[in-house]
Design a protein around this ligand. Structure first.
Ligand code: GLY
Length: 565
C-alpha cells in the first residue's frame, strides 16, 4: 500500500512591500527544458517528461537521479526545497523537505567541557546527521502534484543505482576533500572508494543497497523509508556508530508546504525560498536596499561596492533573526518593509564601506566550500520547478548506515552550535538558529523563479553561504535582459557580513579595481577556487525562445531543451 501524507500547509506573515502582485497564468511554451548538475539526471527528467509526466514528476526523477549519480551534493539521506509554480492556476508553493534535528538533540551537543564547539562531531559521522527529508518530499511531490505513479518516476534512479554511473572529475575533486573522513567507516568507503582508494575517472559505481531502498520507497511510499526494515537499519546503523536517532524520529518526519517569499523588482515578480531558508528574505532585503540606485549606470567597482554593502546588511539580519519559523518568530514583515530598508540604507555610503563591526553582532572567518545541488526545469505547459537539494558538505557526514545505501547528511552544522561561533561556511547565528529537538536548521538554499508577462527565469545554485549572493547576481543579470548562459557564467563576488570582506572569483576585477574597493574601506580577498554550480532555464515568451544552461565551472552538468507535446 503506497502511503502519501497529506500536505501540511504553513504560512508566515509574508508581505513584501516593493510590490505585491500576481501575474496572469501563462500559456505553455510547447517545449520542455531541464538543467541539472549531471547529464544522467537531466536525461532522467527528460525521460519522465517524454513518458507523459509533468514538471513535478520530472522534478522527482531529477532529484532521485541526482541522489544516485551526484552523491557528493545531495541524496536520499538529505533534504531540500522545491519551489513549484503551476501554470494553470498561477499557484506557487515551496515544498520544504529540510532535515530536522533528532528528538534527542540538545542545544550544547557539540560543545566540550570548556564550552568550545567540537567541529568533528558537528560535521563528521552520524551525530552530524539530521532526519532526512528528501524521500518524504519526493513522495509528497509525486502524490500531490505529479500525474505518474511514484514507481515510474523513481525508475530511472533505481536503474542508475543498480547499473551504476561513471566517476567524473567533480566526483573525484569533492571526494578528495572528504576521503579521510569516509575511511573511518570501511563499509561506507567501499561504496564510494572501492578498495579504499579515490576511484579513477571512468570507474563505475554501483549502489545495490541504495537501489533496494529506492525500490521500497517506490513500492510503499513514505513507509518504505520512514518505517519498517529501512528505518530499522537506519536507526541501528546510525546509533551503533554514535548517533542519536530513534524510529519515532523517522516516523514523525513531516514535509511542510510553505508560502513562498514573493517580491517585486523593476516590473518582475520574484518567487523565492521562505524560512527555514534564509535565501528569499535575504534576496528580497538586498533588492529592497538597492532599489533606488541605477545599477546599470554604475561602473564595476561601484556596483560591487553597493551590492556588498547591501549583502553585509542582509547577512547581519540573517544571523540575528532567521531560523525555523515553526520555532522562532521571524519579523518577516519588518525585514521586508520599505521603512526598514530606508533605515538601513541611510547608513550606506557610496564613498565608504561600513565596517561590519559597526553593525551589531560578532566576527568570524570563512573557509571555502562547495556542496549541494540545484536543478531548474519547465514542462510544455509552463509548469516550473526550481529545486535546491543538499546533504551539506561534500559527501555529507561521509557515513552510510550499513545495508541501506543511504549516505547521511551533516546538516546539523547548519544550526548555530554556539552563539556567534561560525559554522563550516563561516556563518554565524544566535538564538533563532540554536539547536532544539525536531527543529529545522537554517539554510541558504534559494531556489527562485522570476517572471514578467514576457520573460520567465528558473534558477538556483549550490554553494553554502554564497548561494544567496550568486542567485541575487543571476536575478539581476536576467532582469537586465540576459540569457541563462550569461547568468550561470557570471563572475561571482560575495559579502556575508562576517568575515568583513568582499570575496571575488579570480580574474573578475583588475588590480586597479581592487585597489579602488580597498580605498573605499573594503577588505578584498581573491579566492583561488571558483564557487557555485548554477543551473538555469528561461522562457522568453515575447520572442518564443526557451533556453537552458548549466554552469561552465563544472563539466558534468546537463542542460537541454526539447520539443515535446
Ligand atoms: N547546507 C547548506 C544550506 O542548506 O544552506
Amino acid at each position: 500500500m503506497l502511503s502519501c501524507r497529506r500536505p501540511v500547509l504553513r504560512a508566515i506573515a509574508l508581505v513584501s512591500v516593493l510590490s505585491f502582485f500576481s501575474l496572469p497564468a501563462l500559456a505553455g511554451p510547447g517545449r520542455v527544458a531541464v538543467s541539472s548538475a549531471h547529464e544522467e539526471a537531466t536525461a532522467a527528467g527528460l525521460e519522465i517528461l517524454a513518458a507523459g509526466g509533468n514538471a513535478f514528476d520530472a522534478a522527482v526523477a531529477v532529484s532521485a537521479a541526482l541522489a544516485v549519480v551526484e552523491p557528493a551534493s545531495s541524496g536520499i539521506g538529505g533534504g531540500g526545497f522545491w519551489l513549484l509554480h503551476r501554470a494553470e492556476d498561477d499557484f506557487s508553493v515551496m515544498v520544504d523537505g529540510r532535515e530536522t534535528a533528532p528528538s534527542a538533540a540538545s542545544r550544547d551537543m557539540y560543545l566540550d567541557e570548556d564550552g568550545e564547539v567540537v567541529r568533528d562531531l558537528a560535521i563528521n559521522g552520524p551525530l552530524a546527521a539530521g532526519i532526512p527529508g528528501a524521500p518524504a518530499a519526493w513522495v509528497h511531490l509525486a502524490g500531490n502534484y505529479g500525474q505518474l505513479p511514484l514507481a515510474d518516476v523513481l525508475a530511472p534512479a533505481i536503474r542508475l543505482a543498480e547499473d551504476g554511473f561513471t566517476v567524473d572529475a567533480k566526483y573525484q575533486t569533492l571526494l578528495n576533500f572528504r576521503a579521510h573522513v569516509m575511511l573511518r567507516w570501511p563499509e561506507t568507503a567501499e561504496i564510494f572508494m572501492p578498495g579504499g582508494e579515490v576511484p579513477d575517472v571512468g570507474t563505475r559505481i554501483r549502489q545495490p543497497d541504495l537501489a533496494n531502498t529506492l525500490r521500497l520507497l517506490a513500492e510503499q511510499g513514505f513507509d518504505g523509508f520512514y518505517r519498517g526494515p529501512v528505518a530499522e537499519k537506519l536507526v541501528a546503523g546510525t546509533n551503533a556508530a554514535g548517533g542519536i536517532w530513534s524510529l519515532e524520529d523517522l516516523a514523525a518526519y513531516e514535509v511542510v508546504e510553505r508560502e513562498v517569499i514573493r517580491t517585486g523588482y523593476r516590473g518582475y515578480e520574484l518567487l523565492t525560498a521562505s524560512p527555514p531558508s534564509s535565501g528569499g528574505i535575504a534576496i528580497a532585503q538586498i533588492l529592497n536596499l538597492i532599489e533606488p540606485y541605477d545599477l546599470e549606470a554604475l561602473d564595476r567597482v561601484g556596483r560591487v561596492h553597493l551590492l556588498a554593502e547591501a549583502m553585509r546588511r542582509a547577512y547581519r539580519d540573517r544571523a540575528l533573526y532567521l531560523g525555523d519559523p515553526d520555532f522562532v518568530d521571524i519579523p518577516v514583515a519588518m525585514l521586508l518593509s520599505s521603512d526598514y530598508a530606508a533605515g538601513l540604507r541611510a547608513g550606506m555610503r557610496m564613498d565608504r564601506a561600513t565596517p561590519s563591526a559597526a553593525l551589531a553582532a560578532d566576527p568570524s572567518l570563512l573557509p571555502e566550500s562547495d556542496n549541494t545541488t540545484h536543478f531548474s526545469l519547465m514542462d510544455a505547459e509552463g509548469n516550473l520547478v526550481s529545486g535546491t537539494l543538499t546533504i551539506n558538505l561534500p559527501y555529507g557526514a561521509a557515513f552510510v548506515p550499513p545495508g541501506t545505501g543511504v549516505l547521511l547528511n551533516n546538516e546539523m552544522d547548519d544550526f548555530s552550535a554556539a552563539p556567534g561561533v561560525p559554522n563550516e561556511y563561516g556563518l554565524i547565528g544566535f538564538e533563532a538558529n540554536a539547536i532544539e529537538p525536531d527543529k529545522r536548521m537554517l539554510s541558504s538554499m534559494s531556489p527562485t523563479i522570476v517572471k514578467s508577462e514576457d520573460r520567465v527565469a528558473v534558477l538556483g545554485t549550490p554553494g553554502g553561504a554564497r548561494i544567496i549572493t550568486m542567485v541575487l547576481l543571476g536575478i539581476l543579470d536576467f532582469i537586465e535582459g540576459n540569457d541563462p548562459e550569461s547568468w550561470v557564467s557570471l563572475p561571482r563576488f560575495h559579502h556575508q557580513y562576517q568575515p568583513d570582506e568582499i570575496s571575488l572569483e579570480r580574474g573578475f576585477l583588475s588590480d586597479e579595481e581592487i585597489a579602488e574597493l580597498e580605498a573605499l574601506g573594503h577588505e578584498v580577498t581573491v579566492r583561488a577556487r571558483t564557487w557555485g554550480n548554477m543551473h538555469g532555464v528561461m522562457w522568453d515568451r515575447a520572442n518564443d525562445r526557451v533556453e537552458a544552461a548549466h554552469d561552465p565551472r563544472w563539466d558534468s552538468g546537463g542542460a537541454e531543451v526539447r520539443e515535446l507535446r
